[in-house]
Design a protein around this ligand. Sequence first.
Ligand SMILES: [Cu+2]
Length: 85
Amino acid sequence: MEAQAAQQQGAQEVGLRVPGATSSFLVFEYNKNFHNVLEVSKADYSACNAASPIATYTSGNDSITLKNKGHHFFICGFTGHCSGG
Ligand SMILES: [Cu+2]
């Protein structure tokens, strides 16, 4: 199964759920000068806490392989973007 995430732009942050797949990947495209992608815990996602990410992606065109089932949470680590909405 292949899941292609919607483009992440501006203050748009998405919580992505990929059910039932053992190997999936997501693609994030964004302007790396203004955004990045942090995989975080659910608690950190809810709190917009970018201080302790599980993984950090900054290329602007990231393919992220999801190896484990369940919920994955991604936010932008730039100041104000996550809390901005
Ligand atoms: Cu951002």
